[in-house]
Design a protein around this ligand. Structure first.
Ligand code: PEP
Length: 251
């Protein structure tokens, strides 16, 4: 039985004060929930103040990116070891905005994923097709390629640290959610691929989140899909009421 996992990606949003009140508000509303794994991923500069605000609640925190080197002359980058040093649990790797806006390649994403696991973090590996790729009937091909390249060289023992997030790019931040049938179809395909790449027990164990305009009103329907094990939430994670409502729905 896979425990549901809901994570909030705050992206490049909030401020010192806003991050603090968002985290404190979530602690008040959902800090005691035990049946759902919960995490928030604030911008790097607010990680420690959010960690403090989350305190000993059941809400973990994660980073939105990581570099693959441990330390050294890599101006502007943050290593897995540094994130672990501040007690960070999760890290998002290969988010579509990093792939398509910043230009990250599958090879770079694979190095980051590997470094995150080696550094003791739990990476959330994001995959998903562009609108034109879906229209061209290439969804499975794109997602399979991203997963094979993203997980290259990651053995059975190490892959257990990973959560996969299926995020159709056309649904991110657009208000256009994938239907539950569309989500389930790709999630089932991903699980089948994991069984081929690893084995059936790994495929059954790994959690696959859906991401793309998830909000309180579509949480129940998406989470009712047998292969949707959680959500990666952007916009709705910036509002205490919305993110809390989603957690309570899943609880
Ligand atoms: C995301 O940033 O991963 C995301 C899914 O954003 P949104 O929920 O706003 O579509």
């Amino acid at each position: 039985m896979r425990k549901p996992f809901i994570a909030g990606n705050w992206k490049m949003n909030t401020s010192h004060q806003a991050a603090k009140s968002l985290a404190s508000g979530l602690v008040d509303q959902i800090g005691n929930v035990t049946t759902v794994d919960m995490a928030v991923c604030p911008p790097f500069v607010y990680l420690q103040l959010v960690a403090k605000a989350l305190g000993s609640s059941n809400i973990a925190f994660g980073a939105q990116d990581v570099y693959f080197e441990r330390n050294g002359a890599f101006t502007g980058e943050i290593s897995a070891e540094m994130l672990k040093d501040i007690c960070c649990t999760y890290v998002i790797v290969g988010h579509s905005e990093r792939r398509h806006v910043i230009g990250e390649t599958d090879e770079l994403i694979n190095k980051k994923l590997s470094a995150a696991i080696n550094g003791g973090l739990l990476p959330i590996l994001c995959v998903g097709e562009l609108h034109e790729e879906r229209e061209a009937g290439k969804t499975d091909e794109v997602v399979v390629n991203q997963l094979k390249k993203g997980l290259a060289g990651i053995c059975k023992e190490r892959v257990q640290a990973v959560t996969i997030a299926y995020e159709p790019v056309w649904a991110i931040g657009t208000g256009k959610t994938a239907t539950s049938d569309q989500a389930q179809e790709v999630h089932a395909m991903i699980r089948k691929l994991l069984a081929e790449m690893y084995d059936e027990s790994i495929a059954q164990e790994l959690r696959i989140q859906y991401g793309g305009s998830a909000k309180p009103s579509n949480t129940a329907e998406l989470m009712a899909c047998p292969d949707v094990d959680g959500l990666l939430v952007g916009g709705a994670s910036l509002k205490v009421e919305d993110f809390s409502a989603m957690i309570k729905t899943v609880e």
